[in-house]
Design a protein around this ligand. Sequence first.
Ligand code: HEM
Length: 440
Amino acid sequence: MGRLLRVPFLVDLIRTADPSGIRAFANDDRLDRNFSGRGPLLNRILTRKVRSVLAVKGVPLPSVAPRGDEERARTQAELQVQLDAAAARIVDDDSVTDLARVVRGLEDAPILEHAVQQTVGRLFAKDYRATEQSWAAAQLLDKAVHSMNPLAAIFWRITGRIAHAQDLLAEMVHHDRAGVHATGIAVHNLVRGFKIMRNLFAHPNAPDPAAGDSVVARCLQAPESALREASAEASVGVDEIRPGTLVVLDLKSAQQHDAGPEIVFLSGSWSQCPAAAWVPALIRAVWERALQLPPPCPERVGGPFRVESTRVEAARRRATYRSILGCNLALQFALGILILAAPVWFCRSLGLVPASGEDLVRIWGVTLLLLVALYAAGWFDPIYTRWPNMVGIVGRYATAFLYLFLRGRFLWLALFDGVFAAALTWAYSQVIRAELMSRP
Ligand code: HEM
């Protein structure tokens, strides 16, 4: 029913993108979301990550809570009633007009991501106002739950950024965990959908007023995947599920073959999404309102494309900066290790006699490694973590000058820090400029 990946002590996972397989697994009594944190290494890493990222104060969000969790089931049922009612009166909603202005590409429209997050947030808090910080928090949770980078996970944990993002999102929805799931995780599916709608309106496309049904189908975007774990009682069956086996339901890929609510929202299963009626109603309402709006002024035609292209440019600049910084950090890390491992050799190669003992030189190596750890914070997120980048650039200029004064073979180190300081200054200024240009 799916692709099995089983390596003793390392991983035990089944993955399926087959719609009939997904339906069967979604209703399989042996599968749940207990995420025990036991099993082979990769299973542990994956379930621990899900449990720590998709939670508030250690309590799991409803979308990853176990089947038998009574509060989850109650929230799901209550939310479904609330959202079904909201779906019926969605046409009168102010948020719909904001979103319609966004997809129409109007000059004074809000930023798409903020408008979507605010629309979802207002289901939980009438005064919800999406900000750059709330959107960054949602992006971080989404990135963290999909990331397979162990260094990034360690960094996020040490700096407490995940907890901060969870707390911020929770505060904004009055500590409703379903609200945190909606504004931090589910919101990304809606954003992808409204980007598709924005492209349908973008010049030179001519929107077809009769295409409502197909537009809703196109803009309805399933989540990447849903995760299940076989319970301890699961006995070996023909499909090779064992206790602890992880099952990944590839909803996004399955949607290519079957776009029904049983796949997109897992409707009909115990974990069905309570927003299965509200989301299509919102998409349709925005489409219809956008059709009524006047097209953007001629000089703004192509605006959304321009915005998109400036975002691509911003992403390109970020990638360049991160490559230069990554290269610098790798070299600095290697230098730190070298100093630690061979302090005497290192001193001699600089033309120095380690008069004060090897330990002092080793402290230099440790300092370099600590600086790498400090500067690495800026590599992970150059935009929202600006201070390590700024401090890093200024610091490199300072050390370049210091080495310059020391002369001799220190000039090589001065060259190293000076060249990287100049390259990083240039690349970082481009990053900031491109980022500002991408936010009209
Ligand atoms: C395009 C938008 C959306 C899609 C495609 C979607 C899809 C899904 C899917 C597939 C699940 C099941 C996850 C699993 O079993 O592991 C789910 C669960 C859930 N969704 Fe959505 N969702 C969307 C938007 C929303 C919104 C806007 C809300 C809230 C306003 C919401 C609230 C929930 C909740 C609370 C659950 C957990 C249900 C439970 O197991 O108790 N979703 N969603």
